[in-house]
Design a protein around this ligand. Structure first.
Ligand SMILES: Cc1ncc(COP(=O)(O)O)c(C=O)c1O
Length: 384
């Protein structure tokens, strides 16, 4: 017996493969600098961890409501109220074990075989794989370095057909660090018309220039994905959520009941502490990312990588490496094996990022400095 064909055909999440090889090299005694994985190096802020611990010791180890603890949904609703002036009912919020399961539920709720989902290229690696696994067809809209990799409303509109089920946007963006301007967000909402927009806002709050926006400021015909992994340094806790138009909630809830039952209760308690607790730990982390951003962008340019625009959000730089090698998988493999620096090949994010490498600066300045020195030595050795 074999897995079904679509399961066999799913490409790997290359960044995880790089990470796994880097871990293997570490086990063999090599020193590796990690600039590949999109995971904060900071520990989860203490008040959040304490709330999770407290919830365990107080016996919050049972199933919760399938939509999530009311307190958490209320805190999320209040966040969208205070931050964006929106009135989002907690009934429209479904809490999940990370943003990834929210993506799965959403696509399961939207896609029949042959349906199309529009997304930028480059894009977050996993979007097309979710769509294809459900028999859908990702439709790519190229975005370009010269335009900060921002999708234009016109190109989104021109990709819409009778089979389009959604347009995905992701701001701040992984892998490009692009923050979509409010005018373009509004434009895409208008261009999409009756087609819902899926807005992945998981990097909301990690922004260095300008102001955060949510698609819900511009349209109600939208789904928002968000989570605690990035802003609160909670990747391993696995906590995320989906905000959906009321008409979709019952179907999404029934799928969540069947497939996941609920998100972990004490983790949700930690999430309440994250949303309602002090903002200083998050502010400090973002300030640190910003220092690292300036440093790494400067060093990458010195080394000869192409970085046309400074990333404005998230903690990634998508650097043009075609001067060194057009094959990003081979270049990242070689830099890892020879220089001991793990970076993500652009091809993970679609052929629009082939020839690029994604550098994550969710690592200490010392490590980034060392990583850049190692890459400098590697490039000098390979200079033609
Ligand atoms: C754009 C984007 N969406 C979703 C996710 C999934 O995050 P999680 O499942 O940890 O919430 C990630 C993780 O890297 C991401 O970068």
């Amino acid at each position: 017996m074999m897995p079904r064909q679509t399961a066999c055909d799913i490409p790997p999440f290359y960044v995880m493969e790089v990470l796994e090889r880097a871990q293997e090299l570490t086990r063999l005694g090599r020193s590796i600098i990690h600039l590949e994985v999109g995971e904060p190096d900071f520990p989860t802020p203490e008040h959040i961890s304490l709330a999770g611990n407290r919830a365990i010791s107080e016996g919050e180890t049972k199933y919760t409501h399938s939509l999530g603890l009311f307190e958490l949904r209320k805190a999320i609703s209040e966040h969208y109220g205070s931050q964006f002036g929106l009135d989002i009912s907690p009934d429209r919020i479904l809490v999940t074990s990370g943003t990834s399961p929210a993506l799965l539920l959403l696509f399961m709720g939207l896609i029949d075989a042959g349906d199309e989902v529009i997304m930028s290229n480059p894009h977050y690696a996993c979007y097309p794989n979710f769509v294809r696994c459900l028999g859908g067809k990702p439709v790519f809209v190229r975005t370009f370095e010269e335009e900060r990799f921002e999708m234009s409303p016109e190109t989104a509109a021109s990709a819409i057909t009778g089979r389009t089920k959604a347009v995905i946007i992701n701001s701040p963006c992984n892998p490009t660090g692009m923050v979509m301007s409010p005018g373009v967000m509004r434009g895409i909402a208008e261009a999409a018309g009756d087609v819902p927009v899926i807005s992945d806002e998981i990097y909301q709050g990690i922004i260095y220039e300008g102001k955060d926006h949510t698609i819900l400021e511009y349209t109600d015909n939208a789904f928002v994905l968000n989570g605690f992994s990035k802003l609160y340094a909670m990747t391993g806790w696995r906590l995320g959520y989906l905000i959906a138009p009321p008409g979709y909630m019952r179907a999404l809830q029934k799928m969540a009941q069947n497939f996941f039952i609920c998100a972990c209760g004490f983790v949700q308690r930690a999430g309440v502490a994250a949303m309602n607790g002090p903002e200083a730990p998050v502010r400090d982390m973002v300030a640190m990312y910003n220092k690292r951003r300036r440093f790494i962008v400067g060093r990458l340019r010195e080394l000869g990588f192409g970085v046309k625009n400074d990333p404005q959000g998230a903690y990634y730089v998508l650097a043009n490496a075609t001067k060194f090698d057009d094959d990003s998988l081979e270049l990242s493999r070689s830099i890892l094996e020879e220089a001991g620096v793990a970076v993500t090949p652009g091809i993970d994010f679609g052929d629009g990022a082939e020839g690029y490498l994604r550098f994550s600066y969710a690592n200490s300045l010392d490590n980034i400095r060392e990583g850049m020195s190692r890459i400098e030595a590697y490039l000098e050795k390979h200079a033609v």
